[in-house]
Structures are given as structure tokens and as C-alpha cells.
Design a protein around this ligand. Sequence first.
Ligand SMILES: [Zn+2]
Length: 324
Amino acid sequence: QPHVETSGVDAPDLADVRGQEHAKRALAIVAAGAHNLIMIGPPGSGKTMLARRLPGLLPRLTIDEALEVTRVHSVAGLLPPGIGLVRSRPFRSPHHNVSGVGLIGGGSVPRPGEVSLAHHGVLFLDELPEFHRPVLEGLRQPLEDGHLTISRGGGRLRFPSRCMLVAAMNPCPCGWLGHPTRACIDNADAVHRYRGRISGPLLDRIDLHLDVPAQPPATLHGGEPGESSASLRLKVEAARARMIARQGCANSQLGPRRLHLMLQAQDGAIALLDQAATELGFSARAYDRILKVARTIADLDARDGVICDDVAEAIGYRVLDRAG
Ligand SMILES: [Zn+2]
């Protein structure tokens, strides 16, 4: 399929981010498999900086995708003058006070919401526990279906909404839990309640949970530049091409039955996950999400079968499950 060359003007590069190798690895996995992600870390640890670099790692837009993105932005009246075709993947980051209509779409003159403006791109929800709960609940259906239908005056409007959800949150209400030099002022109940605000159905749709710890000041400046977004994107595109050739979709979109057919897992790999599921109490949904991520890790490594190392790494991206 022909691709659109990105303009590159507004896409920040991963090479600007020093250190954070663990987070960069997770971003590559997320980009390759089109997985949803939540990052947990204190203020200033770089969660937003990392999220903004995800669109630049995703496979380039096909012509068809670019046309769909352009159409949504045109309907919303957000197409900049002189732009015939949107050429880079959208990145939308609504404030946590956003209304249901603003996030999902609708209104008396129906307009696409943020979830549709992020179509084929990234919807970034910073400070996830601060969003209104019913507004977040409204995201479940459009994220699941890849589109939403709005009925108005006997007619029906359909807006696309196939986007990747990337969320971020502090580890606790004050933000400093686990920080090397600052003290957290929250008690255990407050931390538990804070995390409980995002538990449930939305969290069930997130494949990777990533700890983004505070960065020592020395790693923020100086040192060698990291791998560039363009270089990492080549690996992402190769992994995605394997998925498309094998099953016609990204790994995140596999249903449970097809997922198990596509694993070609080493014997020990499933046994390892079964043992971890028993010891750490993973839900059935978490179990399948770990397998999807393991499948993507194997694809990034250009392997046909999932091995123990893939499963072990994928289990490492379930920090919220383990926190209980
Ligand atoms: Zn705290």
C-alpha cells in the first residue's frame, strides 16, 4: 500500500529523550502492536514527552488512512488553511475537564469528539484519575468498535474512532510515592482510592502498564543522543508487516481464539504465564493481554514463535495488576 511521506515538522524526535531505555522499548512495542498504554510516574518524569513521540514511531499513514483523517478534521472545521491532506498521525491530548461531547462527540450540530480526531493516531489522557468517570466510561464503545454512530433528527452520523489510547497518572495523589528525594504525604488508603478511580472496564482495555520513574538530573541533559524515531520506526514497520502478513491486523486487534492460534508458543512459555497468573492473580483479560504483548515482542524480534523471554517481558508491563 502506498504511504504518505510525513511532513516531520511537528513531530518531536525520540533522540531528544536521554536515558529512559525501558520506556523507549515499551513505546516500540506499543507502536508495533497498536497496543493501549498507561504510564505511571511522578511529575516531571517525562510521561508527556514520551507520549508525544509515539505518533512518530507508528507506521506511516497509508493514502486511505490519510484521507480518513483529513475528512474527520475537515468535518470538525480543524483543517488548517492550505492543507489538502493531513500527512502525520494525529496526537490529541484533551484536558481532564473535557465534557462527554468533547471527548466522544455529538452535540446539537453533531461534531466529532477527541476520540475521532485521534482516529489513526494517539489519544493521550494525562492525569487519567482526574477525568470524570462517566466521560471515561463513554470511551469504551468507540475504542472497542473503532467508530461511533450518533443519531440526530432521524438521521445517523458515523464517525471513525480507531485510535490508540495512551494514559498517564501519578503513582499517588501527591505524586511523589517512590521518588528518591521527595516525600509522599499520602496514606495507604488514599493511594488505594486514587488507583481505584481508574480500575475496571477501561483499565481492562489497556495492554501495557509502564513505570516511568523519576529521572536523575544528569540523564536529562548531555550524553549521547538516543536512537532516532525514524530508525525505530523502521523496526516498528517491519514488525507490523509481519502481523499483517500473518493475520491481517495488528496484534492488539486479535480476538482470543485467533490470538492462541497465532502464538506458536514454546511449551515453557505458556507454563511460565500459568505460573505467574496463579502467583500474581492475573485476571483472564490480563492473561490474554500479556500474550498479545508477548506476540508483539516476538514480532519485533522477527521470530515466528513466542518464547519464555517474550512472556516474561510482557508480564513486566502489568505493574497495576501486581499492585493489587
Ligand atoms: Zn503521595
